[in-house]
Design a binder for this molecule. Sequence first.
Ligand SMILES: [Zn+2]
Length: 302
Amino acid sequence: MATAAMRRFIISVDDPGGLIRDISLFQRTREFFDAQGVPASFMVVPRGEDGWLLDEDEQWLEACRSAESAGHDCQLHGLQHWHCEFGPYPAMIRAIHGPDPDEELRNDTREYGHWWHHEAYVEKLTTAIGIYERAFGRRPTVFRTGALSQTPELYDAMAEVGLRYASNSVIDPRGWEYIVGNYENPGDWDPDVPPLPHHLNAEVINLPIMSEYAWELTEEVIPRHLALAVEDMERIFALGGPFVLCCHVQCVGAQDGLSRKLLATLFDIAQGEYGVTFETIAQLAEDVESGLVSVTNCPEGG
Ligand SMILES: [Zn+2]
């Protein structure tokens, strides 16, 4: 039986499908997780450029279904993962895009701000869910937007379409600070992100992401990224929470193998020193449903 002391390690892998259509990256990623004996949660983009749709691509459907039959999980990642489709990008994402994050926010708001409202979100979510349903024969359990674009209205829209689990905020932005080379003064956990699963409104529960440690690595930086991951894992387990890690298929599946090297070492430490249980993000949502994992706040007014 699972107990409250169970240390849950969930690894979510973003972008396969509509954003990263090169299926060899997905297959190499999947083979890595198979070999590690670790179930991955693939956050799949249902629509892509040039009219690409997951539910109409036999090769992708077969790849996703085969991964699921081996114990992996496929959940929903945006609609097309482009142009701030569910709101502006958070500051740490904009910092990767260019030297002036404030300028990007102003430009994005001018260009895409007219999309950032309830009706547009409901329409996009309904479209995304429809593609996912035709692909998998079931509704998605967990939703993450492309590059974590969001406004608070998104969560009301999710409630309206019956999507009850988001995984859409980052506890430790230092992983992204490391990506832009800021190792000297990277800050700490975001005080505005509750680190344990929490309600965003009466219906929708957020399963926060701890961080991303395996983006475009070099041999030299691996020890520092790994140390951050271990520190975060220890801190979240001390709070009794699940460790939800985010990585990307274009890095884990890359030829250089550096992301895989970091993750393989992290899995060894997680198992050997922390006795973790690896589970999918859908399983985590199920554990929240059944009360095995508690939710830290209940919104007033139910
Ligand atoms: Zn993404």
